[in-house]
Design a protein around this ligand. Sequence first.
Ligand SMILES: Nc1nc2c(ncn2[C@@H]2O[C@H](COP(=O)(O)OP(=O)(O)OP(=O)(O)O)[C@@H](O)[C@H]2O)c(=O)[nH]1
Length: 341
Amino acid sequence: MNKAAPNGARVPIVLIGGFLGAGKTSLINHLLVRANGRKLAVFVNDFGAINLDRDLIETEDESKISFRNGCVCCTLNDDFVRTITAFLQGNAAPDVIVVEISGVADPRQMGASLVALENAGIGRFDAHVYMLDAANFFDMGFEHREMIIEHAACADILVLNKSDLAESRAVIRLRDLISDATEAIPAIEADFGKVDEDLVFGPQISRRDDFCPTDAGARSDHAAAYTSFSVSTKGCIHRAAFENFAAMLPRFCFRAKGLVRFIEDPTTLLLFNLVSTRATLEKFGQKNVQPDNKCKFVMIAKESGEDLAWLESSLHSVFNGKTSRRDRSDAKTKTELGHDR
Ligand SMILES: Nc1nc2c(ncn2[C@@H]2O[C@H](COP(=O)(O)OP(=O)(O)OP(=O)(O)O)[C@@H](O)[C@H]2O)c(=O)[nH]1
């Protein structure tokens, strides 16, 4: 039985999609700050084997729920449906449910699940917000750009994020591309997902009638093309070893993120992010991160064979406290933390 929102209506559900690193978590953290008294429940789909994304959502309470790791569109819809149904049965209804799907997930599959839930009397699928990384879009390969535009075409609102980093001509090109490929979907520019919250929660947008779920029988295998490595440790790691490792991450490592503590300063929790060619390491002030794990790290790569084995063994060397690591002669770039690589 669906619990109603406090005003008696069904709980609205907003789906947040976007490729790896586009800014989904940043948008959700912004929405949490600007909730204006609304109680939000956030469902997060971690792609890696550890619940890192959940830690990055900055709620004061436990109104964030992660569903099993993996790619929601391919394998986890049943798990998600069970999780959200159990949540609504067992808790006071929030004002809004926000669902962040993993960066390799197909929002159309999740949208189809949300439509099915709605038809079963659970929640009300209000809108699909899709984030695009305006700074990195044209540096991605054709296959990725094509997939992103396909996903964007099913959105109710597009956020052209990272406008602070993107060249204005890239934003104009991206606008032209999406207006050719998508019909009159509003596209707003933002940095760090800072959009007007009423655009997401308010009545201004509503779900399109022609939301296009993929054929229910068809299962996309795109997630199989990616491999993720995760590690969590109970101890701190050496800063120099980590920095060397981060500096040598090859380009086929699309995305990496981690919460790390260094032996040199164990009380400071740092957030590492790598998206495309940009790596950052910054203090992370989150209060409700589990203190038992000192470090958590996830990386997502697309390549097979020896390269992945090399990447994995390097990761374990660094996080298992060994300062030496196998080197790699053909690493393409160097990363200065806090700068572009
Ligand atoms: N300069 C700049 N950095 C941004 C912006 N939005 C997000 N970032 C950074 O980009 C990185 C990825 O942002 P996230 O919000 O974690 O992206 P995500 O879509 O949730 O990433 P996944 O978990 O991989 O799907 C982080 O280091 C953010 O601080 C932006 O508008 N400008």
